[in-house]
Design a protein around this ligand. Structure first.
Ligand code: C5P
Length: 287
């Protein structure tokens, strides 16, 4: 796939790194290697980060968010190192990450950045790795990194790295609400076995636009972060909302909106009534 790399007048290139949401996330079992066997449908958003890539004397990484570490343990750098090793390409580029996607949000921000860097360098270095080769390369660095090579509505299996693009339905409006605390993904999975449902909170699949929305990580995450269960209950009571669930391992909560609903008004009310420091975004997703 040829990704869109826009060249600017100053000679730099821009690539968009979309965020994702999980439309469904089913945990089939815990595996012997400690990971969890999944069946998850993920959808890319029109919202995300941007990578600016310019020629340099050596590889360098910078980030607009000073709280993001830019050393060798950054996912982008880890993916670039693996790409260098596999292809022998010099990779003398300065990558500037312009972060929009919050972290610890269940939106795949860091994974998307890493996959986007590899997609971009594969073109800039003319190395011609196939999608499958790139997906395998970045799959070492996370369970949803491979999805971001394909960037399309996909059913993902295994620990998430087996990506099968599937046909998507129609676009619907969705409100993303992220309280101002992150959720740790390893912790969410660790708590899954043995976790219990909270009384009065619906966890079952919700039908919306012909799609079945469900997230098996809500059970362990709500047990630890009661506030997220409260957000779900509150959203389900609002007239604009057809279905509400958590994205990935949280902490972003999703509200799927009825046709013509005013998502901005809903976001404002949510901040007033639930938490004034919540991050919010109204966007479209294809379900
Ligand atoms: O997505 P990522 O691979 O970064 O996930 C972080 C952690 O979440 C893993 O190291 C693992 O502990 C847990 N995980 C899991 N099963 C999955 C995906 C993630 O147990 N399918």
């Amino acid at each position: 796939m040829k990704v869109e790399l826009n060249q600017l007048a100053d000679g730099s290139y821009h690539i968009f790194a979309p965020a994702k949401i999980n439309l469904s996330l089913r945990i089939l079992r815990k595996r012997d290697d400690g990971f969890h066997e999944l069946e998850t449908v993920m959808a890319p958003l029109a919202f995300g980060d941007r990578l600016k890539i310019s020629p340099a004397d050596s590889y360098q990484l910078e980030c607009s968010d000073p709280t993001v570490p830019t050393g060798e343990d950054n996912l982008v750098t880890m993916a670039v190192r693996a790409f260098q090793q596999k292809t022998g390409a010099p990779c003398n580029w300065r990558i500037q990450l312009e972060k929009q996607t919050p972290h610890g949000a269940g939106l795949g921000g860091g994974s998307s950045d890493a996959a986007s860097a590899v997609l971009a360098l594969n073109q800039l270095e003319n190395t011609q790795l196939s999608e499958g080769e790139m997906a395998e390369l970045v799959g070492q660095f996370g369970s949803d990194t491979s999805f971001f090579i394909y960037r399309s509505h996909a059913l993902c299996r295994g620990r998430g790295e087996q990506v099968e693009p599937v046909a998507a339905g129609q676009p619907v409006a969705v409100l993303l609400l992220k309280p101002n605390f992150p959720v740790s993904t390893p912790d969410a999975y660790k708590r899954w076995q043995g976790s219990r449902e909270l009384d009065g909170v619906p966890y079952g699949a919700q039908s919306f636009g012909g799609y079945q929305l469900v997230n098996d990580l809500e059970r362990p995450v709500f047990e630890k972060h009661l506030f997220l269960a409260q957000v779900k209950l509150w959203l389900l009571e609002q007239d604009e909302v057809g279905a509400a669930m958590m994205s990935g391992s949280g902490s972003t909560m999703l509200a799927f909106l009825h046709d013509g609903a005013d998502g901005e008004a809903l976001a404002k009310r949510a901040c007033e009534q639930l938490d004034p420091y919540m991050w919010s975004l109204v966007t479209e997703v294809v379900v």
